[in-house]
Design a protein around this ligand. Sequence first.
Ligand SMILES: [Zn+2]
Length: 221
Amino acid sequence: MVEDKRLHKIPGHNDVKWDNRNADKFRGDVKETGIGFMGWDYDTATEQFKVYLHYDQLYYWKYAEVSKLGKGFVDGEFWGTQCPKCGDKFFPPRVNCWNLNCNLARSVWTELRQEGVVHTFTVAGWSGKSSLKRLPFVLAYVIVDGCKTAIANELRGLDPWDAEFGMPVKVVWKPKNERQGTVTDWHFEPADDWKPGPMNPEKERIKELCQPVIEWVKTMK
Ligand SMILES: [Zn+2]
């Protein structure tokens, strides 16, 4: 018998008794070519979260050990993990602590405050088709609630050249019925008490780089 060397058993078909009749309600009738989001499913008994996609046929992925993260997004909650030994918190979550002194201690779930600070950012002057009309926009890595990992998402609600390292941000959610259990369910915006700093040479430089993009977007139908 092959020894299972996994630190944690990841629930598979044989371990989690999904009610597969649920899949029927996600099959739908997809006519267009490409990926279609069909819905999410959560098994309360096993705390397992799944997302269904349609790409010519029905697919799903299981969140397995990080099910609480995906289900939390649907519910408007941020769930990170915390090491019971050193207290470090992680968001995105880590199942095991990465602090070498903790010997891969298994972390526990903890609900986080939905606020953070910008660790680093970039101003996007080009994007995938679905986001072209919103150019130029800011993509930021944010440290949420003092965690030791940073999570990437869009930072809206400011002029791109006003983004700053270390600026405080809050979380803004999509309406509940539009959430898909993914990071696109929410975005960052500046914290309510944040005011942009005065213009400086670096901000002027970024503003100048943004102008052709802003003009180009105006020409888009
Ligand atoms: Zn630790």
